[in-house]
Design a protein around this ligand. Structure first.
Ligand SMILES: Nc1ncnc2c1ncn2[C@@H]1O[C@H](COP(=O)(O)OP(=O)(O)OP(=O)(O)O)[C@@H](O)[C@H]1O
Ligand SMILES: [Mg+2]
Length: 358
């Protein structure tokens, strides 16, 4: 239904989209997730041409909508857009807001636009508000009206950009219920959202945006329970990460210890676990790997599970800590819940050890 080929969007000092490729099929409900600033809003705005891509092509059916010959007003009518900030017209009543585009842009009769409008108002559960002005409605109600307004154009696809993030927590549920119902009815939708449980419950596909494109995509099951790539995993599991490098044997050990301490405090890692981490970190870098020239150490703390993983890669020769100094190794074992050694698994380092601390 919609195809993106090498879509690129450049702003003066940032390139949120460097190469986006995607195919959106009829009936897809796609969640777009990713860290702030990765271009999720930009992507939606490019799809309905509120922003002109600087490169690449977008097709809607067989038509290339990025072509200068394309009538973007016609195309936009086929795409409903729902914004975080509702964007209702304050000087028009609810029903007038909904009737406006069908009458003005599609030439629908007022009677038919009214009847349709009332139908969609019933669908979002607000028929009694038809003569109210937007200011007289709650945030959740405004957003449900905005959804009804988008539906009134009978679009082929609806693009929603964080439809619930400006709402009071008490009103999120009512808007999500409307969106869930739409998803169930088979409407093609693309939703930018930070609410992972919601995304997981309603969508058929997930796009994780990062590094200027769709960094990883998959089913909700794939992305939320077993993401393949590192950044996706860090985002989904809400991992806090700190990284250290030893190059040519130069290691600022006091600096690293203090950074580990700050990391624990910042992420509210409890005293016991933080002590274990410090001990393991110290034993590993100062005793077991002393003299190793190049080391890359990454500490990951999962906000989800509370577990810490110390992932350390180091130069050869092959050296499994379990076959080295017994005292050091038994200390590592005592403080951790699991130790995994892998040889020759990483590109730049001969050794890798993962230590898990609960
Ligand atoms: N009109 C603009 N002019 C210049 N830079 C822009 C413009 N719009 C967006 N950007 C920049 O492009 C990048 C992507 O912005 P975008 O709004 O698409 O991110 P996002 O993924 O939607 O983030 P969030 O989760 O915070 O909404 C950001 O660095 C932003 O500052
Ligand atoms: Mg955004």
């Amino acid at each position: 239904m919609i195809r993106l080929e090498h879509v690129r969007k450049v702003y003066p000092n940032v390139t949120p989209l460097s190469d986006v490729n995607a195919e959106i099929n009829a009936g897809d409900v796609i969640s777009v997730i990713g860290p702030s600033g990765t271009g999720k809003s930009t992507l939606l705005r490019c799809i309905n041409l509120l922003e002109r891509p600087d490169g690449g092509k977008i097709y809607f059916g067989d038509e290339e909508i990025t072509s200068p010959k394309c009538n973007i007003y016609k195309i936009r009518q086929k795409m409903g857009m729902v914004f975080q900030q509702f964007n209702l017209f304050g000087n028009l009543t609810v029903i007038e807001n909904i009737m406006l585009a069908p009458v003005k842009l599609k030439g629908e009769s007022r009677q038919s636009a009214y009847e349709n409008g009332m139908k969609f108002l019933r669908m979002v559960g607000l028929p009694e508000k038809y003569l109210n002005y937007p200011d007289e409605l709650s945030g959740g109600q405004k957003q449900r009206i905005a959804i009804a307004r988008a539906l009134a154009m009978n679009p082929d696809v609806i693009l929603l950009d964080e439809p619930t993030s400006a709402l009071d927590p008490t009103m999120v549920g009512e808007v999500q219920a409307v969106i869930r119902e739409l998803a169930r009815s088979g409407k093609t939708m693309m939703i930018v959202t930070h609410e992972m449980n919601f995304a997981r419950a309603i969508c058929s596909r997930v796009f994780y945006l990062d590094d200027g494109g769709i960094y990883e995509e998959g089913t909700p099951q794939e992305i939320f329970t077993r993401p393949k790539r590192q950044k996706t995993r860090r985002f989904i599991q809400r991992l806090h990460v700190v990284e250290f490098n030893v190059k040519d044997g130069r290691f600022d050990f006091p600096g690293a210890v203090s950074a580990v301490d700050t990391f624990c405090q910042k992420n509210m890692i409890g005293g016991k676990q933080s002590m274990k981490l410090q001990l393991v970190f110290e034993e590993l870098t100062q005793e077991i790997l002393s003299g190793v020239k190049n080391i890359n150490a990454v500490i990951e703390h999962s906000e989800e599970s509370g577990e810490i993983m110390l992932d350390v890669k180091y130069d050869g020769p092959l050296m499994n800590p379990s076959e080295g100094d017994e005292v050091s190794y038994s200390l590592l074992k005592a403080e951790s819940s699991d130790i995994q050694y892998m040889a020759g698994e990483s590109e730049n380092f001969a050794n890798r050890v993962k230590i898990f601390i609960r």
